[in-house]
Write a protein that binds this ligand. Structure first.
Ligand SMILES: [Zn+2]
Length: 380
């Protein structure tokens, strides 16, 4: 099985993959495309061979690259060795997977959201490519690097911004875990692109300033004015943006604004929930006693702070059987335990509404009972 240490272009990681003895390879010979010397015009001759073994989706390949040089000792480029360009179209240097496999990996991981385990199993089952989880992880990382490099390609970036009048930029610091370095991300909002991201150990003004200067260079290279900056307005951003982008408005990011406003909203909501829970008591007693509907009435009436208390004897009639009383208890318990929802759907508000519905339901029962009484007896 291919371990992570067997791949990669870093120092000490160029160990060849241990290929099984019985693996059958398709031999592929590659020649230097331009067989004439660019300096003297003479024919190049083959001076060496480079052998590589690769996994491709169509099977293992043994690539033989015929390296060439100019045989004329008096030619200034005599000592240079030329490689076939087709080699990098098959795989990057030191990779043991061809581009087709790497693209397949990236697609399964990011478009289909497959896990590494799923990918590993599928590689073996369908393509007979045995890889370790580590190796798959490393190649997925490489796939991401390739995608990032492609998105940062200046000509591609210029094409993406050809029809854009002005750019809107945002900067944000993401800290995956407390005490870890913070990842600063500069995004362009109109095209929804991450321009670049960098992990900074310290978020000093100088460090942040460097990123902002880089953003200015990008905008200048695109020859697009910056219409607006958005951030959570921490001090380093405010100072840095004012310095690098004088005169450009710097707005509070709507998300951060909401998040900051959310804190007091949720605190108030949480307080309201405590108050409501305090008033809605005795569920367990009612459940234990079955049809103790007086308690149910006591439970529903004061929650909403209505001026008219519901008469206990009528509530007793409202939930005429123990089963109904228990059903009400279950509903109220569910309402009290429901803690879902953020600042835009405060759970306390929903709790108040739901308890109101319970009370209204009890009152409807009462009204029905009352009406029934009125028709059967002639009490006014
Ligand atoms: Zn030459």
């Amino acid at each position: 099985m291919l371990g992570a240490k067997h791949i990669g272009g870093k120092k000490g990681t160029r160990m060849p993959y241990c290929w099984p003895d019985d693996m059958v390879f398709t031999r592929l010979e590659l020649h230097v495309e331009d067989r004439r010397c660019h300096t003297c015009g003479g024919p190049l001759t083959v001076c060496d061979h480079r052998h590589r073994r690769l996994f491709t989706l169509t099977g293992p390949v043994h690539v033989v690259c015929k390296l060439a040089h100019c045989p004329d000792r008096t030619c200034p480029t005599h000592s240079q060795t030329h490689s076939p360009e087709a080699e990098t179209a098959l795989a990057m240097p030191w990779w043991v997977l061809g581009w087709d496999v790497v693209c397949w990996l990236g697609h399964r991981r990011f478009a289909r959201h497959w896990s590494v385990g799923q990918i590993r199993a599928e590689l073996v089952d369908t393509y007979r490519i045995p890889l370790s989880d580590d190796a798959i992880g490393h190649y997925i990382q490489r796939y991401q690097q390739m995608v990032a490099a492609r998105q940062h390609d200046p000509s591609r970036l210029a094409a993406a911004y050809a029809d854009v009048e002005a750019v809107i930029l945002s900067i944000d610091g993401l800290q995956p875990e407390k005490g870890h370095e913070t990842l600063y991300v500069v995004r362009e909002v109109t095209q929804k692109r991450v321009w670049f991201a960098e992990a900074l150990v310290s978020s000093t003004t100088e460090e942040v300033q460097r990123l902002l200067a880089q953003a200015r260079e990008w905008a200048e290279r695109l020859a697009k004015p910056v219409r607006l900056w958005m951030s959570d307005k921490q001090a380093a951003f405010v100072r840095g943006i004012a310095t690098e982008f004088p005169g450009v408005p710097h707005r509070y990011c709507a998300n951060h604004f909401l998040r900051d406003v959310a804190k007091p909203v949720l605190a108030a909501d949480s307080h309201a929930k405590v108050q409501m829970r305090r008033k809605v008591r005795g569920l367990r007693t009612i459940e234990r006693e079955g049809g103790a509907t007086q308690r149910l009435a006591a439970l529903a009436a004061p929650v909403l702070e209505t001026d008219e208390d519901v008469p206990v004897d009528l509530i007793q009639a409202a939930a005429p059987s123990p089963d109904v009383a228990l059903a009400y208890c279950a509903a109220v318990r569910g309402i009290l335990n429901d803690d879902h929802g953020g600042p835009l759907q405060p759970p306390g508000l929903r709790m108040a509404e739901a308890l109101g519905e319970v009370q209204a339901s009890l009152q409807r029962n009462l009204a029905a009972q009352k009406g029934g009484l009125r028709t059967t007896s002639s009490r006014g």
